[in-house]
Write a protein that binds this ligand. Structure first.
Ligand code: FES
Length: 127
């Protein structure tokens, strides 16, 4: 059983911003090829900033803590700033993840980035 930091445990027990945005500006869904877990991020964009960030995570405790942390890190950031969130910065904010759980931290940043790309793609399409 991996040993989690207090911060991971805290976010796992009390995840922030869980849920779905009804009319999102962007959606990003990713699956983890290693374990098959899934994560979906929903974003609302205002003036090029993330006005709201929510997610649904069907995954392990680390994945839940990661999505909670990503939502907190991304909230209020510009889209370019949010794209700088990486699995490593997320794991650092969580005060580390066990080696065999590091793959779980990929999901959060990937799903967020995908949601931003989805938003930008729609905008380009004239929506
Ligand atoms: Fe699947 Fe962690 S074991 S995301």
């Amino acid at each position: 059983m991996p040993v989690y930091s207090d911060k991971v445990m805290e976010h796992f027990m009390h995840p922030r911003n869980v849920g779905e945005i009804e009319t999102p500006d962007g959606v990003g869904e990713v699956g983890n090829p290693i374990c098959g877990d899934m994560m979906t991020f929903y974003i609302k964009v205002k003036d090029n900033r993330l006005a709201d960030v929510k997610y649904k995570t069907f995954g392990c405790g680390a994945a839940i803590a990661v999505s909670s942390m990503v939502s907190e890190m991304a909230m209020g950031k510009t889209l370019d700033e949010a794209l700088k969130i990486t699995p490593r910065t997320v794991a650092d904010e969580l005060e580390g993840l066990p080696q065999n759980k590091f793959h779980c931290s990929n999901l959060g940043a990937q799903a967020l980035h995908k949601a931003i790309q989805d938003y930008r793609g729609k905008k380009k399409g004239g929506k």
